[in-house]
Design a protein. Sequence first.
Length: 550
Amino acid sequence: MAIYQTSNLSETAEDNAELALLALTQQAAGEERTVLRMARGAAEVLALTAPQMLDDPEDCSRLMRGVVGRYARFSYAGFTPVSGIVTCSSAGRTFDIGDDPRLADWIRDPKARVIVNMDGPVSEQSVIVYSLPVFESRGVVTGFITISIPHSRLNSADPLLDDQRQLIELVTFNVDGELLTTTRGALADAPALLPAGIDMARVAREGRTAMTWEDAEGRTRVYTVAVIEPGQVYVMGIWRPEGWLSEDRVSRLLSAFGIPVLMWMASLGVALLAVNWLVTRHLTTLGRQMAMFTATRRLPPSDTARKAPTEILRIQRSFRRMTDALVRDEAAMENAVREKAVLVKEIHHRVKNNLQLISSIINMQIRDAEGEEAKDALRRTQDRVLSMATIHRDLYQTNETGLVDVGHLIGEVVEKTVSMTPGAEDIELSLDIQPVWLFPDQAVPLSLLASEGVVNALKHMPPPGAAAGTRWIKLSFHEGQDRICRLELANHPAEREAKGPKPRRGMGQKLIRAFATQLGATVQMGLVDDHYALTVEFAASDFAPLPGTF
């Protein structure tokens, strides 16, 4: 309430100060107002009588000289026709001002004007010119009545101005913002005192106003604007801020707002201390305990908030119960995961051992077999078993959470398959394999598919010494955009396969297509140019557990 009442009082005092300055400004401009009204009255009379005497320039000039003689403030009175050739004037002679650009502006926009002419053609001194257009019966402008008032004949020794020590300057200006007169200094020095960055024409359009602004040299001034002649002439008072708006405003604000603001700040400080003592410091401690538990899983001490409010104590106890439960649950989950990992590794280890046992049994069958065809069939079966054993060995040895580096797995299976083939020393094996991590549900069929592809290539490859050049096998495996994996296998085919009839689909091709179906892959195989090619393309997928697993 005190602030509100003081604010209203301050605004009222400021409004009164502005009204006082405006009144002083209007009163100080009384001399200019009187002279301009005399000029307007004389011009209006001459506008009615002078056009009827234009046929007799001597009588017309005598009339103009009489007006100048009657009003001591005037230095010139005359009628300026639109042609610019003046024959009726107090100067008593004829002169031509047709080339004056101001005459063209007057004709284009005929209205009463007050301008300044720093080099009067008749008085040969700076003058204020009052111009009033003269119209004929059809509303066409025929000329202008002009009256000149020298700056030297304006009385600047106003006792009111001498009493106002805060007044720096009194400036009059027209509606276009052109400066007309100054009271205490030269007209050329006045622009330095005007408000910086403000168009005087806009000030004239706004009329009565009071404002605090900086002048062109950056000094703070108080400016008041009053109307002398509506729509034509205005006066601006330039005042020092001391003793009027700025200083009184600051002192009033400090005295009125000081005590309420200090009381408010004191109460705010007490409130902040109370909130910090009762709430903030306990919440800060609880926040640090939460951050420490998140980072290190350390349980908070139980006696850290004994002096806290009841609500904070409840939050502390709930947080401690929650941390105890989380630590116990995480420990149980870690034990379960560790046991499951050990069990899975043991399963892979046992499967690998069993497959190696089966491979040994097949090897015994190979030694007892009599026909070469039977031995070849058993060897191919043994290769498949050893490939599966290699896969399970890698699954047993991997440290990742169920993921397998299928690139390494393919390379190992292919190299082992080629090395167990008779005459493998003259086979050039070229591998371009990128490390790709897949889950076992794709890694196992992909590795078996690659093994079958190599076995099929070795089966149809020319025997040692039967083909011109080196026998070769090329295999590449890469992962592209959107996890699209591509396996490419190529080898030089046997001569009979390149030129002979198309062989029927064997067990190897059936297995390749079966493994491709498990992968959801597309398979292309056959002769391409001068070599046999197998291309498999599929999208790597995330591991999807069977329903009911979790």
